[in-house]
Structure formats: structure tokens, C-alpha cells
Design a protein around this ligand. Structure first.
Ligand code: MV4
Length: 447
């Protein structure tokens, strides 16, 4: 096992990783920008190294500075968290070239899944169901027309380098195809420097369901069930739950078996998430995330597993030591992302937190790096914490989350807490009756 790990991240996820290290008797190295000198991850780590000015480009994305920090402190492994360098294949490769362990998948697997077409063709070859569409990149508009006629309208043009919904255009009929084609390509080129696009049948009311996977370096792959991440706005998730209100145990077992068999064949190691669109009882793979995700705690609560600890054990070469039949699902978990944003306009609200009182009690978990007097810097993501609850049933989890949201106090900055309260008291939400479009409509509703 490692004796020292460098955490190449900030905020709540840096604390999450630090906590796992502490419990495993592993020393920690925090890295931070000049804007984060008084951040909680810096205070709690055994050592801290300043890696640059506030701009993420010059600090949390500064590969040379992070590797220097690892070298001078004698860290043996680097945990990238989520965001920043976590899905940068070149970074993973460079870390390993320096004789350090990258706590994540191989650079090759990160690269494969980073390209959406390669990810899809790889998964298809491994027997994972996809949305019907083009076999790969489309060379011409004529080719797009043929594939669209074959799969049937409406269709979606997607950028192969895409993510976050950019470079994505719907065509409801052949009349709209030429326009969608050129707009998607132009956007893709501007956003990613790559105008390659592909085509899929457009699903009009899917849920976004993702499956948590772990693989070790001995060929064992298991899954920890699904998370329903349909409640998002402009591709920013806001509330996630495990399990999905839409899924039966039978459906979970079936997609889980397909996914673990596929990733075992691939030789996948460490944590990964398969993203699916789920509509009319059908799963369609869309993307794979090769990192620990923001919403991993809901899975931890229902499976009683420490996913970060597992990631570290896997990176150190240990065997999982359990199989699929040892993993069971207990109760229901919900996560509310607490963003420092106006709850109506979603405009970021950085500033000093004058009062912070975290909620507590049975089944309540608050993952956050804020404290009373903490200044939320304007340079990074506006998420300042995650409130997670676990209870025997979904109804009890909703009641528990409502109770916890009534208890939490965050003053000095605006937060999305009032929006969460509205969502949790909505009858459609309470019935689990929602798709990926639900929150967009809900937040534009007048009340
Ligand atoms: C889709 C889709 C409907 N049909 N693909 C959005 C970003 C990227 N991750 C995939 N996305 C979608 N792909 C087909 N064939 C709808 C979306 C989509 C979406 C997916 C997941 C979560 C939120 C979303 C919001 C809008 C659109």
C-alpha cells in the first residue's frame, strides 16, 4: 500500500479523498492555488504545496507544477478527483512515466472513452446496447441523410469530441437536417477544434441512468448499481438518487451483468461509470466516464462501500476480494448539490460564508469543504457542498432530505437550497415521475 498520496484537486472532493487516506493510514499532500491558501483541504492535509495563481489553467491544470509537488514531497500516487485533470489521458500517462501510480484507469482507456465514437463502437463490440445511429463518423451530409432515413426521425447530430451537450443538434425531419448538420459541425469545431460528428435516433423523454463499476488489476469487475441523474439543468446535475425510481431489480441485474462482462473483456481497471439513456424499458449506452463522479456518495450509502478506498486499493494492485453476489443494495439515497448560486437565475454567488451550520442526525451526510468565515472564490465551480441522505425507502429519504434542508444554514452567499426544497415537495418528483427535461420545465415555471 502507498504511504503518501498527492490529491490533485480542491474543495469537497479533495476532503473526500483525504478522509479515505487518513482512515487507511496514508499520508496526504494537498496542492492549492494562491486563491485557496486558507482552504480546508490545505488545512487538513499532512503537507501542502502551492502550485500557482488562481486561474485553474495555471494551478490545478498545471501538470509540471503538480508533478514537481509529487516529486519533492515523495508522493507515490496521485488521485485526480473529478474535473480538472481526471480525464486527461496525457496526464495519466505522464504520472506513470514519472514512476507514480495514477489512481484511475489506464491512459489508453481514458483516451478510448474520451472519443465518443470510439467509446460507442468499443461498447457495441462488447455487447452493450446503443441508440440506433451511424456506425461512426459521418463524412458527408448525404451519408447523414441516408442514416437518418434508415433510423427514422427525429435524429440528433452529435460531436464526437463532445460533452456537456455542446455541438448537439436535433432534426425533426429531413427539412431540418442540412441546418442541424452545419450548425453542429460549426459548434463542434469552435468548441473542441474537431468537427467530426455522428448521428443517433433522438430519444425525446429519456431518463439519465448511470452504472457504477469497479475493476481491479486481476480481471475482477463488479457493479454497484445505478444512479438516476435525470434532474439536471443545462447539463449541470442538481439532484441524484440511488436507485432509480424507474428501475426494477431485474432490470438493474440485467444491465449490470452486461456492463460488467463488457468491462471485464476490456480489462478495465479502477472506477468507471457507464451512462445510459433509459426510455420505454430500454437502455442505450451514450458515454463512459473514466473517473470518480460527484454523485458517487449515493452509491456508497446504498451499497455500504467506500469507493475512494477501493480506488486506492486497486491502484496499489490489491484484489477487490469480493464478487458481485457480495454486493447488496439497502434503502434509498438522495444527493442535493449545494451550489453558491442564485436559486432562480443560477448566477454564481461567490463571497464570504458568514454562517455555516451543517445538518446532522441519522442517515445524513454532508460532504463539503466550507466553514464559517470561508470565502468562496470566484475562480472555480460554484458547488460548495453535497448533502446526502440515506433511509430505508425513497419516501423516507425524501422526508429526511426535507428535514436536513430545513436544518442547513448557509449565510453570506446565495444557494440553491430553496430550489431543492421546492423540488422535494413537488408531487411529480415524489412519484419519481420525471425525465431529463423535467427540471428545465420546473425551473422556468412561474410560482
Ligand atoms: C441524447 C439525447 C436524446 N437522444 N441522445 C446530452 C449530452 C450528452 N451527454 C448526451 N446527451 C443527450 N443525448 C439521443 N440519442 C438527449 C441528451 C440529453 C441529455 C442526456 C443526459 C442528461 C441530460 C440531457 C439533457 C439534454 C439532452
Amino acid at each position: 500500500m502507498f504511504s503518501k498520496i498527492l490529491i490533485a484537486n480542491r474543495g469537497e472532493i479533495a476532503l473526500r479523498i483525504l478522509r479515505a487516506c487518513r482512515e487507511m493510514g496514508i499520508r496526504t499532500v494537498a496542492v492549492h492555488s494562491t486563491a485557496d491558501e486558507s482552504a480546508m483541504h490545505v488545512r487538513l492535509a499532512d503537507e501542502a504545496v502551492c502550485i500557482g495563481p488562481p486561474s485553474a489553467k495555471d494551478s490545478y491544470l498545471n501538470v509540471a507544477a503538480i508533478l514537481s509537488a509529487a516529486t519533492i514531497t515523495g508522493a507515490e500516487a496521485i488521485h485526480p478527483g473529478y474535473g480538472f485533470l481526471s480525464e486527461n489521458a496525457d496526464f495519466a500517462e505522464t504520472v506513470e512515466a514519472h514512476g507514480l501510480a495514477f489512481i484511475g484507469p489506464t491512459a489508453e482507456h481514458i483516451r478510448t472513452m474520451g472519443d465518443k465514437i470510439t467509446a460507442k463502437t468499443t461498447m457495441q463490440a462488447l455487447g452493450v446496447p446503443l441508440v440506433p445511429g451511424s456506425a461512426g463518423e459521418l463524412a458527408t451530409l448525404d451519408e447523414a441523410r441516408d442514416v437518418a432515413a434508415h433510423v427514422g426521425y427525429p435524429i440528433l447530430i452529435k460531436a464526437t469530441a463532445g460533452g456537456g451537450g455542446r455541438g448537439m443538434k436535433v432534426a425533426h425531419s429531413e427539412d431540418e437536417l442540412a441546418e442541424a448538420w452545419s450548425v453542429a459541425r460549426t459548434e463542434a469545431l469552435a468548441a473542441f477544434g474537431n468537427d467530426a460528428v455522428y448521428l443517433e435516433k433522438y430519444l425525446d423523454r429519456p431518463r439519465h441512468i448511470e452504472l457504477q463499476i469497479l475493476g481491479d488489476t486481476h480481471g475482477n469487475v463488479v457493479h454497484f448499481g445505478e444512479r438516476d441523474c435525470s434532474l439536471q439543468r443545462r447539463h449541470q446535475k442538481l439532484l441524484e438518487e440511488a436507485g432509480s425510481p424507474a428501475l426494477s431489480t431485474k432490470e438493474r441485474d440485467a444491465i449490470g451483468a452486461t456492463a460488467t462482462a463488457a468491462l471485464a473483456k476490456l480489462g478495465y481497471r479502477n472506477a468507471g461509470t457507464l451512462e445510459f439513456l433509459y426510455q420505454d424499458g430500454q437502455f442505450s449506452f451514450i458515454e463512459m466516464n473514466t473517473r470518480l463522479q460527484v454523485e458517487h456518495p449515493v452509491t456508497e450509502m446504498v451499497c455500504d462501500v467506500d469507493l475512494v478506498r477501493e480506488q486506492i486499493r486497486i491502484a496499489a494492485g490489491e484484489e477487490l476480494g469480493y464478487s458481485q453476489s457480495d454486493i447488496s443494495f439497502s434503502g434509498h439515497a438522495i444527493e442535493c448539490r449545494i451550489n453558491a448560486e442564485d436559486p432562480d437565475t443560477f448566477i454564481p454567488s461567490p463571497g464570504t460564508i458568514t454562517v455555516f451550520h451543517p445538518p446532522g442526525g441519522l442517515g445524513v451526510r454532508m460532504d463539503s469543504a466550507i466553514y464559517t468565515g470561508y470565502r468562496v472564490p470566484p475562480f472555480y465551480d460554484s458547488m460548495i457542498g453535497k448533502l446526502i441522505v440515506h433511509a430505508p425507502t425513497r419516501a423516507a429519504a425524501i422526508a429526511r432530505m426535507q428535514r436536513a434542508l430545513d436544518e442547513i444554514v448557509v449565510e453570506g452567499v446565495k444557494t440553491v437550497v430553496p430550489l431543492h426544497k421546492r423540488i422535494l415537495s413537488d408531487p411529480e418528483f415524489q412519484r419519481g415521475d420525471y425525465t431529463i427535461h423535467w427540471l428545465e420545465r420546473f425551473t422556468s415555471r412561474k410560482y
